[in-house]
Design a protein around this ligand. Sequence first.
Ligand code: 8OZ
Length: 367
Amino acid sequence: MTTLFDPLKAGDLELANRIVMAPLTRNRSPNAIPPDIAVTYYAQRATAGLLITEATAISHQGQGYSDVPGLYGTEQLDAWKRVTDAVHEAGGKIAVQLWHVGRISHVDLQPEGGAPVAPSAIPAKAKTVLIKNGKAEYVDTSPPRALDASELPGIVHTFAAAARNAVETAGFNGVEIHGANGYLLDQFLKSGSNRRTDDYGGSIENRARLLLEVTRAVAEAAGPGRTGIRLSPVTPANDAQDDDPQPLFDYVVRELGPLGLAYVHVIEGATGGPREIKDRPFDYEALRAAYRAAGGKGAWMVNNGYDRPLAEQALQEGDDLVAFGRPFISNPDLVRRLREGAELNQWDKDTFYGGGAEGYIDYPALA
Ligand code: 8OZ
């Protein structure tokens, strides 16, 4: 019987166990540069089979929150190299999450105070975080402008450049494309945010086009066996909605199947909330089956509200990896605690976003 503590080869990634640290936004990177305490934070958690970093902007335009890190400047890459060196020294593996927020941004965070970009000029009913005087403040996202089709190759290129820099310069073992939670690629996928009438809107094939172009380009840049992708078929996060998500996501994973990716990472239900949403049913087993039927050999990673019993059940049912989010914030040694059935430290929501060492690197490990 497979357990959470068994190793797994996911594409080119040789993972010591099936427990993944989910990407977790922490807003502690002024000027988009990961701070010294990020080196400690990630190294403390290096016993995870795989660490996925907090979402990391591929460009200034791709940034939507105060003090989130980037992957487009030399100082950012140098700081990330210190993180990956420390994780490797501690015996861990780390992938960076490649992020373009699309319309989930604010003019204060955009180049020259411009409007955030989106598939269509439809404002999101969503908030973002601005940090003022060290305090996180929730503000409405700014109305976006629709991207011109001529701008899309540049966005594909920027994802690929970030991926190449991530593995070649910053020392990451892999990259994860953020295709979830109502950010740019998810905005293109979903009918609620995409009203385009060109090759990137309308049919399922058209709405999935940008995500698939990005995935192929990133896989070529980083190596397919070092590339993963995160999807969230039915999350309402950041005003994401699709009229008919099952055929949309079945199509997406069928197209991903032949690419030879390291893994597909699926958020089940509402991100950080209920795993089942009454008016948004979804068959995740059918999704995994569609991926496998299309030749997909990558690891199938699941996420959202898992504890040890539920995670073990997922492995018995054919999932390969389980990503834990908030439990990893408050338990740097989560793998050991799960193995030993030890009690978990409770997390403090007030220190999730912004601030310094407190609530970040001061959660105790077992003696
Ligand atoms: C929480 C706060 C800000 C951003 C996501 C990147 O939901 C995020 C995020 C989460 O994917």
